[in-house]
Design a protein around this ligand. Structure first.
Ligand SMILES: *Cc1c(COP(=O)(O)O)cnc(C)c1O
Length: 387
């Protein structure tokens, strides 16, 4: 169906940080399939895990124990400091699980119409519940009636949450950095303040780390830049390096909300997806890997700030690890095509923010090339309609 419009490029092959189209042109990947292929394309450990699992067993259903699911669950729980995990097949499904946990948590406490607080300009998915949670009116138009038990408040604003609080609220759901919303990074103490507020009111703190998880920001999960723990954390995109999988992790009472029959999935956590994800998670969490992501992220951010300091149409440059946004003072979606002509794949989000989500395995030379091309196209940018 016509959900993505017409697309002019067909990518047929990948290797590490590179992709090739059907004409043989090579591109440096500055997007990783939207934060999915953190280990780049055809990563040997992930490919081997998929091959080996495919030769043994693809699928059994969740009516039986699954060895790779248990191994992945245990690994993720340790990395995240969480107690339990539910596996689905996508980000939206991981968030659906989180929203259902919030609902049932409320129900168990006698709240008859449980409300979840979310933020403006958030993105939580395209299913009806996650679309309802999303704070972007543009993508909601035409799909009414949506669920009306979400309250949207400005991001990075505690006063707005305190003002919106009522006795039906059961949870707060936020991205620790807003991805689709334009790489919005909140104040350092935002998560800590959310944690205190949630503790005070017995609300669940639910973090959507679908984009920011799996090493993207230089920690395995973005909340690990602060010293708090959420009650629920969801992740997906980078978890399987391209094999669809999502996870909803929970701690303490949030981990005990579901009982048999409350939730499920036919495909979720199947042997193939879990083997691919286990290889991905093991690689990202191996010693030194995230130190490198942090170092590279610092270098790229500093270099952009230096080289674009005098550029009149750059409004702001921000990032953490390898999620980097360059906000222009006007719409700039034509930069995607300019970059493609130079052999670089990027994305523009929130209309005016050039978004970079390169593979975490980028080497120094590739990082320099990426920065050089981005600086050149931004300096030469003269408005979307003049490109
Ligand atoms: C991509 C994304 C989702 C939705 O994930 P899908 O796999 O597309 O369903 C949800 N939340 C955030 C923060 C995302 O970036």
């Amino acid at each position: 169906m016509n959900t993505y419009g017409s697309r002019s490029t067909t990518l047929v092959k990948g290797d590490g940080a590179y992709l090739w189209d059907d004409c043989g042109k090579r591109y440096l990947d500055g997007l990783s399939g939207i934060a999915v292929c953190g280990l780049g394309h055809n990563h040997p450990q992930v490919t081997q895990a998929i091959q080996q699992q495919a030769e043994i067993l693809l699928h059994t259903s969740n009516l039986y124990q699954i060895e790779s699911q248990i191994a992945l669950g245990e690994k993720l729980a340790v990395l995240a400091n969480m107690d339990k995990v539910f596996f689905g097949n996508s980000g939206a499904e991981a968030n659906e699980a989180a929203i259902k946990i919030a609902r049932k948590y409320g129900c168990d406490r006698g709240v008859d119409k449980p409300i979840v607080i979310t933020t403006n300009n958030s993105f939580h998915g395209r299913t009806l519940a996650t679309l309802s949670a999303t704070g972007n009116p543009k993508i909601k138009t035409g799909f009414a009636p949506l669920l009306n038990d979400f309250i949207h408040v400005p991001y990075n604003n505690m006063d707005a949450i305190i003002a919106a609080a009522n006795d039906q609220v059961v949870a707060i759901m936020v991205e620790p950095i807003q991805g689709e919303g334009g790489i919005q990074i909140p104040d350092d103490d935002y998560l800590g303040k959310l944690r205190s507020l949630c503790d005070q009111h017995h609300w669940l703190l639910m973090l959507d780390e679908i984009q920011t998880g799996n090493g993207r920001t230089g920690k395995y999960f973005c909340y690990q830049h602060s010293d708090i723990l959420p009650d629920v954390v969801t992740t997906a995109k980078g978890l399987g390096n391209g094999v669809p999988i999502g996870a909803c992790l929970a701690r303490r009472h949030a981990a005990e909300v579901f009982a048999p029959g409350n939730h499920g999935s036919t495909f979720g956590g199947n042997p193939l997806a879990c083997s691919a994800a286990l290889a991905t998670v093991n690689t990202i969490s191996a010693a030194g890997f995230l130190t490198r992501v942090t170092k590279l992220g610092h270098w790229m951010l500093a270099t952009f700030k230096e080289k674009l300091a005098e550029c009149p149409h750059v409004h702001d440059i921000r990032g953490r690890g390898l999620i980097i946004g360059i906000e222009l003072n006007q719409p700039c979606s034509s930069l995607v095509e300019s970059a493609k002509q130079q052999g670089l794949l990027i994305n523009v989000t929130a209309g005016n923010t050039l978004r970079l989500l390169p593979p975490l395995i980028l080497n120094d030379e590739q990082a320099e090339t990426l920065v050089d091309i981005v600086v050149e196209i931004v300096l030469n940018f003269s408005g979307d309609d003049k490109q």
